[in-house]
Design a protein around this ligand. Sequence first.
Ligand code: OAD
Length: 261
Amino acid sequence: MAYCGGSISLPESLVDKLRGARSIAVLTGSGVSAESGVPTFREAQTGLWERYDPHELATPEAYQRDPKLVWEWYSWRRELVERAAPNPGHAALAELERNLIGGFVLITQNVDGLHRRAGSQHVLELHGNIMRSLCPIEEVIVEPSKDDDSIPPSCPGCGAFLRPDVVWFGEALPAGPLEEAFRAARGCDLFISAGTSGLVHPAASLPFEALRSGAVLVEINPNDTPLTRHADYALRGRAGEALPKLVAATFGEDRKESLGR
Ligand code: OAD
């Protein structure tokens, strides 16, 4: 494993692999949105979970028990996300998708919608999207009616309390995006895991699936994770710095700059 610390410069061998890759898959976690001011989940200084017990807020039982509290927590997170803007890491992944001739799949655990706002088109949202509301009875995405100021709002169709369209602890991930994510991990020849602690399955299994299928594995994270020692390249730094460098190297622009020369 090549370990790249400090201000990130990419090993020549990684640049060659990026430029030779026929298909690239990327898995992102909340660390990619951290530079947009969106708190991560588990980090002490910004972690959402530090202030709340996730099992008090992000489970079907919590919603049954206190739908108003859970809805208000998600409303707070929605407002925070609406104020956030995509950062250079998001923009780099959108550029990679636009310019990569071969296959490219972006798989995200994030529910903030920032990849799409940065211009990424084909995004597999494994954990849903906080900006969408779901009727749990009709299982359809619903826009709450403008004059419904109840908390939570009710489904205009059947009157049930709406919920955020996100995966809660103990719930299954959307089958389609998950199957496509595993297909992409098995089929790519280079897999990038960026901004995730790699603790929550099944998303955390994707990099290992890629490794088993012979892909080169690149991790971008300022800290160690359970994946780090398995990665071919562990870029120890911020996604907002590393991803633009990876993309510049992939297309040969500023080759010297991305190599840190
Ligand atoms: P975590 O909070 O568990 O991990 C965030 C990771 O991002 C950590 O490993 C940080 O070191 C890293 N990080 C922080 N700043 C970074 C930066 N600027 N650039 C790159 N990396 C940075 O969040 P996730 O791994 O996304 O699931 O958590 C995975 C899932 O756990 C979430 O999707 C959520 C949670 O339960 C559901 O809600 C279903």
